[in-house]
Design a protein around this ligand. Structure first.
Ligand code: NAP
Length: 247
């Protein structure tokens, strides 16, 4: 792929990617910037402006916590002031808290739902206002939102809820020709999965038909393609090496 300076394409789209300070979100934002689109990256990391600057000249960062309503309003106001509109919203910021039912706290439950479910709803509510016909939302789901994985009740419930939200909003926003889809990563090497024990890692990989973890670049490629697919809405796109078929 030929690298072009960010923002240099005459038909450049305007992307907002949450949770882009690292991991999958960082890879999605970097890909969009490298292909000449304009990108806004969001994360709590106070160094987000520097991370944005390293991605390209037409990338800016907003340090914000997507679980706070006031921050979501600030994100929408800043995007409107800068660009006057938005073409692609990637709801990627995510939180994983594990533990069986007897170990999880109310705080684990509430924090996970706030990040993985309430925040995407608020982001779409605030940001879809800035979208016109052709706008596109991609929510990042998880395989455990579709399968019962012990020890993942907070995370699994939040991601299952996000799937429901994706389908409802796909129908609601279709009236305005805005599409809403979900990309579902399998098991990807990021900070989120870095602390998993070697034994658990081997066991999960053993259940993946392609017999390896996915990379953030592979997830970014699919998000890019789904964001731009003009006749796709309400779809759930698994990018999991076949894990869904084998659980
Ligand atoms: N890795 C996997 O195997 C896997 C599998 C299935 C699904 N996923 C999903 O993929 C997405 C990305 O995961 P990842 O593996 O790249 O995780 P990660 O490396 O832990 O990155 C998570 C990102 O979300 C941001 N974030 C978390 N809480 C936030 C908040 N309250 N406000 C703003 N930003 C917040 C973090 O930025 P700050 O810390 O700077 O705020 C960071 O940029 C998540 O939705 C995750 O559930 C991952």
């Amino acid at each position: 792929m030929v690298q072009v300076p960010a923002g240099s394409r005459p038909d450049a789209r305007r992307w907002l990617v949450t949770g882009a300070s690292r991991g999958i979100g960082h890879a999605v934002a970097s890909l969009a910037a490298s292909r000449g689109d304009r990108v806004c990256i969001v994360g709590r990391d106070p160094g987000i402006a520097g991370i944005a600057a390293a991605m390209g000249t037409d990338v800016f960062g907003i340090s914000a916590d997507v679980t706070k309503a006031v921050d979501v309003a600030r994100i929408a106001a800043e995007v409107e002031a800068r660009w006057g509109g938005l073409d692609v919203l990637i709801n990627n910021a995510g939180l994983h808290r594990g533990g069986g039912l007897d170990r999880i706290s109310d705080e684990d439950w509430e924090a996970t739902l706030a990040t993985n479910l309430t925040a995407p709803m608020r982001m779409v509510r605030a940001l879809s206002r800035l979208m016109s016909e052709g706008g596109s939302v991609v929510n990042v789901g998880a395989v455990v939102g579709f399968r019962g994985f012990p020890g993942d009740s907070c995370y699994g419930a939040s991601k299952a809820g996000l799937t429901g939200l994706t389908r409802v909003l796909a129908v609601e926003l279709a009236r305005r020709q805005i599409r809403v889809n979900m990309v579902v990563p399998g098991f990807v090497q990021t900070e989120m999965t870095a602390t998993i024990s070697e034994r658990a890692r081997k066991s999960i990989i053993g259940r993946i038909p392609l017999q390896r973890m996915g990379t953030v670049e592979e997830m970014a490629d699919v998000c890019w393609w789904v964001a731009g697919a003009p006749y796709m809405t309400g779809s759930v796109v698994f990018t999991d090496g076949g894990l869904m078929c084998n659980l």
